[in-house]
Design a protein around this ligand. Structure first.
Ligand SMILES: Nc1nc2c(c(=O)[nH]1)N[C@H]1C(S)=C(S)[C@@H](COP(=O)(O)O)O[C@H]1N2
Ligand SMILES: [Mo]
Length: 409
């Protein structure tokens, strides 16, 4: 495993001679004390550190928060290099697969039980699903007044193929009490303050979500070990909920007799006003509700916004649509700012909580500038709004229609 922070310490302690060796060339003039040759400043490059695609956008590097752009998400299964990274703390540095364990405990667990990774993999049957993970704050940059936090545009969403064991199977093996209402997770990442007694985040899911077929303790992504930035060697996957419920680097799960009370579980974190409020309102925590189901949403992943086509040429657009429960029943596009809508071809989901591919061939009436808007409707009959919906203090759940610019010339 790559280990950026050990590397940094090594560089700090090392002599000019060995820095030269790292560079592959002699450093001719002495560097001032504490200076690092620019050529070695790759610590802030998510491409080199995490193998991310060069068009991924860094929103923050302390902690790492990196988003995709719409056109990078065109593949049906998101590859690791185009998957957004959202961290609240510092990525664990020394992950040893051989000694990693998962402990299940908590007041509503019938016993405390610890499994090695090997035990999890051999004792329970494996299941693979393509599962959408979308950060609750995806689209935050559109809210006004603005909300603090990472200014995600549209790229904090992915749909990879996750493999693991069902959380339900493990919970049944341990035994849970009748009064169990919530599962809380604990991961191995470090709080930004480096205080070992603080968790960067410790959220969870209600027991009925924990019992679903697609709720996994995953040890593989796209048929490989999970990349370190995404939770290697074990993460919870609870698709349909904000991705903050899908804890990375999981070593402990607590079966709780109340809503889990870990870091960033209680309002205002990952919560919205229970009743709509006017933009800019100060909302008391007791008037906020924890987000569960994510809303209906879609993304045009081809072409990239700004496409230019010739007159009389048809434009094929495609993308994905998803929703927090049920499925997408209708997908439409508009080239006249929503005055009229046309149907897109829509594929069924390969499994619950996978995104669904849509496609359309568009004819434009004459030369000019157009915007193509896409709108999904889910099986509950709920559609995406054209405008940024329900302002909320922390800027969550923006599921407004995505749009791209097209010029016909
Ligand atoms: N241990 C741990 N799990 C975590 C987080 C974290 O900071 N630490 N961030 C959460 C949030 S807010 C999101 S959106 C997803 C992001 O998953 P990804 O980085 O694999 O895309 O992980 C979630 N799980
Ligand atoms: Mo998130």
């Amino acid at each position: 495993m790559r280990n950026p922070s050990n590397r940094r310490n090594f560089i700090r302690k090392t002599s000019l001679g060995s820095l030269g060796a790292l560079l592959g060339a002699k450093i001719v003039y002495a560097l001032p004390e504490g200076y690092l040759p620019l050529a070695l400043h790759q610590e802030n490059d998510p491409g080199k550190l995490f193998g991310k695609h060069e068009e991924m956008v860094v929103l923050n590097d302390q902690p790492w928060n990196v988003e995709a752009q719409a056109h990078l998400l065109d593949e049906p299964v998101t590859p690791a290099d185009k998957m957004f990274i959202r961290n609240n703390g510092i990525i664990p540095e020394d992950v040893d697969v051989n000694s990693w364990t998962l402990t299940i405990k908590g007041e509503s667990s019938s016993q405390e039980k610890t499994y090695s990774l090997q035990e999890l993999k051999t004792k329970f049957s494996p299941h693979s699903y393509q599962l959408v993970l979308e950060c609750g704050g995806n689209g935050r940059s559109e809210f006004y007044p603005p909300a603090e936090g990472n200014q995600w545009t549209v790229g904090a969403v992915s749909c990879a193929r996750w493999t693991g064991v069902r959380l339900r199977d493990v919970l049944r093996d341990v035994g849970i009490k009748d009064n169990a209402v919530y599962i809380g997770y604990y991961g191995a990442d470090t709080h930004l303050s480096r205080d070992p007694n603080k968790n960067p985040i410790s959220r969870g899911i209600p027991i009925n979500k924990a019992m679903e077929d697609q709720t996994l303790l995953a040890y593989a992504m796209n048929d490989q070990d999970i990349p370190i930035a995404h939770g290697h060697p074990l993460r919870l996957i609870a698709s349909g909920f904000p991705a903050s419920a899908s804890g990375k680097w999981i070593h402990t799960l607590a079966v709780r007799d109340r809503v889990h009370d870990g870091e960033k579980m209680a309002p205002p974190s990952y919560s919205v006003p229970c009743e709509p409020v006017q933009p800019g309102t100060n909302v008391a925590n007791e008037d906020m509700c924890i987000i569960e189901k994510m809303p209906v949403k879609s993304l045009i992943t081809y072409p990239k916004s700004g496409a230019i086509i010739g007159e009389n040429q048809k434009l094929t657009i495609r993308g994905h649509a998803w929703t927090g429960a049920g499925n997408i029943s209708k997908m439409e596009y508009s080239i006249d700012f929503g005055a009229t809508w046309q149907a897109c071809k829509l594929q069924a989901a390969v499994n619950p909580y996978a995104w669904q591919r849509f496609e359309a061939a568009i004819t434009f009436p004459q030369k000019g500038y157009y915007e193509v808007w896409a709108k999904a409707t889910d099986s509950e009959g709920i559609s995406q709004p054209m405008l940024t919906p329900g302002w909320n203090p922390k800027g969550y759940l923006n599921n407004a229609c995505h749009r791209i610019a097209v010029k016909v010339s």
